[in-house]
Ligand binder design. Structure first.
Ligand SMILES: Cc1cc2nc3c(=O)[nH]c(=O)nc-3n(C[C@H](O)[C@H](O)[C@H](O)COP(=O)(O)OP(=O)(O)OC[C@H]3O[C@@H](n4cnc5c(N)ncnc54)[C@H](O)[C@@H]3O)c2cc1C
Length: 512
């Protein structure tokens, strides 16, 4: 079918989970939908890559809230993908494990609040009250977001105390025990936490993993592939290698987008548009002059979250046991837990998160491991003019390759302290840098999770899905919350512009 001949009800730009989820909801509601993706592979951060038969995730290490009745479980059931997903429930005794310096002790986040409290109280018996209070606060903050709990209720966030509550201050206020403070903050790589991160961001993310943590077997791309199948079942289309470069305003109402132009010259027409791109790129592509100046200034001046450098290792067969948990290692002074993005280059990497992909092939053995460290985009600024993806291959300068090698070796040095034979068992390694994320996701800097939330000015970073362009809606990690759960919920908010909110939530909740 020639996609240039149809006028779609909704044209979606980007096939990250946000774009796919909107496409599914709207196609199911009977809308004629097309989802345009610039890459060869759909899914955005759900993309995987394979080296020596080892499948590596690029942007999903684990999923929270997938036990029966929990929020992501309900959403995945509604999307019709839950039953076909290949998942492994992570270790209940400790799905996240935290290790500091070369201390003997490894701390464990237990799954479920009871186990979470039990584990920490065993390590810090005198801190029971603080640990219980922490869990109470997390759950209280989560209850403030009805949609997070798939409840239909309007809330006015203006002037609400809980939006300005700061994560670091809240955790520090619970206890004077620095090690316990470190432990409660140690997984802040999940939301790129800084001293300004609001506690609600911490709460919404951590709660979902405490509730239940799962890993995708053979990679998270299965989520995108299953979503695409479901979208097609309802008559929707998902088109790869379709990069949107600009928009036209040629209809009766000049305020409205009439069509979008693809890089290859095709023009796609629609009545309405949803952008799954970062709002900054959305403004560039849909035309700065179409938005209010104040809006453009606000959005363009928003600070993005940090980026990362990830080292992916391929192991010799049967040399490294599959770890059914993530390991967070910190080598730096513990007081710096919230300042890791402000690292001193000389001491990099001060910490890392290591996870082994679950695979049907490997069984009890890990095929490989991914080791993620914070990296600021400015570190790769020198090579910012280079570009390289599968769809648009390009050479990166030798200096960039050398830089990657130096970083990889530094990480291996640090990881060797916990796993002394890591170099001997590794057959090859591959690196992703802020430029990799920039090129594959289409952001300006390769940021991890979009715009950085700030407890000093929370409303500044709240991005409304509605824009000044009457038929352009935003979706994805920047609306509400990032992460697979956050983005799935954001897709509901965006879809409410097209379908009845009450009915949609009723349908989701009725399934189970
Ligand atoms: C390193 C890393 C680790 C992560 N780990 C986890 C985790 O363990 N668990 C978890 O829940 N979340 C994790 N996340 C976060 C999660 O993956 C993301 O928040 C989520 O997938 C973002 O979805 P999105 O809908 O915003 O779209 P994105 O994934 O940002 O995708 C946007 C899509 O738009 C496309 N696009 C951009 N411009 C154009 C254009 N001009 N034309 C056409 N298409 C375009 C891009 O190619 C891309 O496919 C991680 C993220 C990263 C980066």
């Amino acid at each position: 079918m020639d996609i240039t001949e149809t006028e779609y009800d909704v044209v979606i730009v980007g096939s990250g989970l946000g774009g796919l989820a909107c496409a599914y909801i709207l196609a199911k509601a009977g809308k004629k939908v097309i989802c345009l993706e610039k890459n060869h592979q759909i899914g955005g951060n759900l993309q995987v890559f394979s080296r020596e038969k080892t499948v590596f995730d690029t942007g999903v290490h684990y999923l929270g809230g997938l036990d029966k009745g929990q929020n992501l479980y309900k959403l995945f059931r509604y999307f019709g993908i839950y039953d076909d997903l290949k998942l492994i429930r992570m270790d209940e005794e400790g799905f996240d494990r935290l290790h500091f310096h070369d201390e003997e002790k490894t701390y464990k986040y237990g799954m479920g609040y009871e186990k979470f409290i039990e584990n920490l109280v065993a390590d810090f018996p005198e801190e029971r009250a603080a640990i219980e209070k922490y869990c109470e606060l997390i759950q209280l903050f989560c209850s403030k977001f009805p949609l997070y709990n798939l409840i239909d209720k309007d809330v006015d966030y203006m002037g609400d105390e809980f939006l300005v509550t700061n994560a670091k201050e809240t955790i520090d206020g619970l206890t004077d025990n620095q090690r316990l403070r470190d432990i409660l903050a140690a997984t802040n790589m999940l939301y790129a936490g800084t001293p300004k991160t609001p506690f609600y961001v911490h709460a919404l993310v951590i709660n979902s993993y405490i509730q239940s943590s799962y890993r995708c077997i053979d990679g998270g791309s299965q989520i995108a592939i299953l979503m695409q199948r479901r979208i097609r079942k309802f008559g929707g289309e998902v088109v790869r290698r379709a990069k949107v470069v600009s928009a036209n305003y040629e209809g009766d109402d000049p305020r409205k987008v009439s069509s979008v132009n693809l890089e290859d010259g095709r023009v796609i027409k629609g009545k309405a548009y949803i952008s799954n791109m970062h709002p900054q790129q959305t403004i560039e592509i849909f035309g700065e002059e179409k938005f209010r100046k104040a809006y453009v200034n606000r959005i363009m001046s928003l600070k993005n979250t940090s980026s990362s450098f990830t080292l992916h290792l391929v192991f010799k067969p049967e040399t490294f046991k599959y770890l059914n948990y993530n390991l967070y290692q910190y080598n730096d002074d513990s007081n710096a837990m919230w300042d890791f993005q402000d690292y001193d280059k000389a001491g990099w990497p001060q910490g890392y998160m290591l996870s082994t992909p679950a695979s049907t092939r490997g069984g009890e053995w890990a095929d490989g491991a991914s080791i993620m460290c914070y990296m600021r985009p400015e570190e790769v600024e020198e090579w910012t003019d280079s570009f390289n993806t599968v769809t648009t291959p390009g050479e990166r300068p030798q200096g960039y390759e050398d830089f990657k090698k130096v970083c990889a070796e530094k990480i291996l040095d640090v990881v060797s302290k916990q796993f002394p034979n890591i170099r001997d068992i590794t057959t090859s390694y591959y690196c992703s840098t802020p430029l990799t994320f920039r090129d594959y996701i289409g952001t300006s800097d390769g940021n991890l999770y979009g715009v950085e939330k700030n407890s000093d000015d929370p409303l500044k970073t709240f991005i409304n899905p509605k824009t000044r362009i009457p038929n352009l809606i935003l979706t994805g990690a920047n609306i509400n919350l990032h992460g697979i759960l956050g983005v799935a919920i954001s897709s509901l908010v965006s879809s409410f512009e097209f379908v009845d909110r009450k009915e949609l939530l009723k349908e989701i909740n009725e399934l189970d």
